[in-house]
Structure formats: C-alpha cells, structure tokens
Write a protein that binds this ligand. Structure first.
Ligand code: PMV
Length: 313
C-alpha cells in the first residue's frame, strides 16, 4: 500500500468570534494559502497496531503508546474503532507538516484535526462525507480547545466561506467578486481555551455588560452577511472595525493587536480586526487589490514577518 497524503487548509474568522461560543452566528473564510499535510506511511511487517506519530515542526516523534492518553491521534484511532467496529488498526506512521503557525488564530489545530480524520479514513478504506469528517474532527477539536463552537473544523472541512451557528449546518457564502485580505501576525502566541475561559469568567462576573456586547456582535454579523453577499467592501471594512472595538471591550485585544489594526487603517485598509481567540495571534485586514503590495511592504518595514495575502470569493 503506498503512502497516503492529504492537504488541509487554514482559516480565519471574519466576524463573530467569541459570540459564536454563546450561540450567535459568525462568518469564517478559508485560507488555502496556508496548508497542513498529513501523511500516513503503512508499516508492513510491524507487529499489530504499531502507531508512530511525527510532527517534525514541533520536534515530536513518538510511539502512540508513549504519548499522553488524551493525544489527538489516540483519540482519532479510538473514534474510528468505536464508530466503525474496527478491532485492530493496521500499523502505520503518521507525519504532520504544517505551514500554519500554532496558537495564532489561523486554524492550526482544526487543520491538523481534519487532516488526521481524512488521512485515517482513507487509510482504513472508508469513504466519508465532508459532513462526517467534520463531525469526527469536532471531537478532536474538543481536545485542543475544551468547549469549541465548531466553527474552525467546519470551515476547514468544507473549504468555503460560511455562516456558522453552533450546532447547526453551515450556510455557504459567496461574494460576487474576489476580495483581498492580509493576515498580520503579532507573533504573540495565544491559547484559544484560555481566551474563551477568560471571556466566560468575565461574563459570569458581569453578565449584563458582557451579554450586551455578545448581542451587539451577533447583530453586527447579520449586517456583515448582507455586505459580504453584495460585495460591499466599504461596509465590510467598517463592520470589521466595529467588531474589533467590541472585542476590545471583551478584553481579548492587546495593545500590540490594536497597533496593527491602527497601522492597517492608517495605510489605507478598508477595515481590520483581530481574528480568532485574540490575546495574541493575527490581525486580518481588508485591502483593495491595488493597495495589497504597499501594505505588505509597510508591515514588513515595521518588522512584521510571515504576512499572508489571500483572496476570498
Ligand atoms: O483562535 P481560534 O482560531 O482558535 O478561534 C477561536 C474562535 C472562538 O470563537 C474564540 C472560539 C470558538 O470555539 O469558536
């Protein structure tokens, strides 16, 4: 049996992060310019169920039996065994290579979760629907993030811009023409679970204020959906700035993220906001095509590295 390689993509949340955890809608977009590759090499002649996990980017190479009980690959193997009545999995080595920076709000964990599910299903000869891949990947996401909304694994599974409400099927969105986004990394790592927990705590301490902010984000996402579908970039940009201000009030921004947003706006971006969990990670900026190069140069001149340019349809 030859090796199996699958490629999965990154993602960004355009509107509605954090509020989405409490049942409000959010809009997410795929970032195909950032990819994860998951490769499975069958181990022929090894004793039954030898499973080796390699993540060279993180310096990990280990036998699954030596990894923690709640390891994502162990969980994936258990999911397949339970769901499909598999007694013993043939031996294999699984390798992960990813271009997506970890803990930066660009879907690194979702990309790995979806990639592991896709690769294992192929290895086991199962033909799974995208919906089923998404369901299984959501189980892995819970290991990374505790109580995720499911938006990350959904956009990474379907590879399309979408409108997402927790627990519901996604609705796919399409803009009338492609538009350009820049992702600028603050290089401050941030763990989604910690940021979500901080908002939850703040909501417990001050429910009226925090629920009001979450509702405002939810209302804004409804307007953004219309602007997205109409290709109204000026309106989308303004809504991004408003969304960022609401996230600031939820205390998930940082001065470093605000500085990136301000620089993007000063240099002509139509809008900018933090994306994902915040407290670090990336800022996403909506930029007219003719300004993309200038903005990239500006950010590089300010010392930002690994700026990603992507086109959304
Ligand atoms: O930072 P990311 O890419 O993990 O995005 C998290 C988005 C949140 O809304 C903060 C959490 C969630 O589960 O939806």
């Amino acid at each position: 049996m030859p090796a199996i390689a699958v490629h999965t993509i990154g993602k960004s949340i355009l509107f509605g992060e954090h509020a989405v955890v409490y049942g409000y809608p959010a809009i997410a977009v795929p970032i195909p310019d950032l990819q994860t590759t998951v490769t499975i090499f069958p181990l022929i002649g090894e004793k039954q169920e030898t499973i080796i996990y390699e993540a060279p980017d993180l310096g990990t190479a280990a036998n699954l039996s030596d990894l923690p009980a709640n390891h994502v690959l162990g969980k994936a193997v258990e999911l397949f065994k339970q769901a499909y009545g598999i007694q013993k999995i043939p031996s294999f080595r699984l390798k992960i290579n990813s271009q997506i920076p970890v803990a930066s709000g660009l879907g690194s964990s979702a990309s790995i979760s979806v990639g592991i599910i896709k690769a294992l299903s192929q290895f086991l000869g199962l033909k799974l629907s995208v919906q089923r891949i998404n369901e299984l990947a959501f189980e892995l996401e819970k290991l990374y993030h505790g109580t995720p909304s499911g938006i990350d694994n959904t956009v990474v599974s379907y590879e399309q811009s979408l409108w997402f409400t927790k627990g519901q099927e996604p609705e796919f969105l399409r803009a009338p023409f492609p538009f350009h986004l820049l992702l600028i990394n603050s290089s401050i790592p941030s763990l989604t679970a910690e940021s979500v927990a901080a908002v939850r705590k703040e909501r417990e301490n001050d429910p009226v204020r925090v629920n009001g902010l979450l509702q405002e984000i939810g209302d804004l996402v409804i307007i953004a959906k219309e602007a997205f579908s109409e290709g109204n970039l000026v309106e989308l940009g303004k809504l991004m700035v408003k969304n960022h201000a609401l996230l600031q009030k939820l205390h998930v921004s940082l001065p470093e993220l605000d500085a990136i947003v301000n620089l993007a706006l000063e240099k002509g971006a139509l809008g900018a906001k933090l994306c994902g969990a915040g407290r670090g990670g990336n800022v996403i900026a909506l930029v007219r095509e003719e300004k993309v190069h200038d903005l990239q140069q500006t950010f590089m001149a300010h010392g930002y590295q690994g700026i990603v340019h992507t086109k959304i349809q």
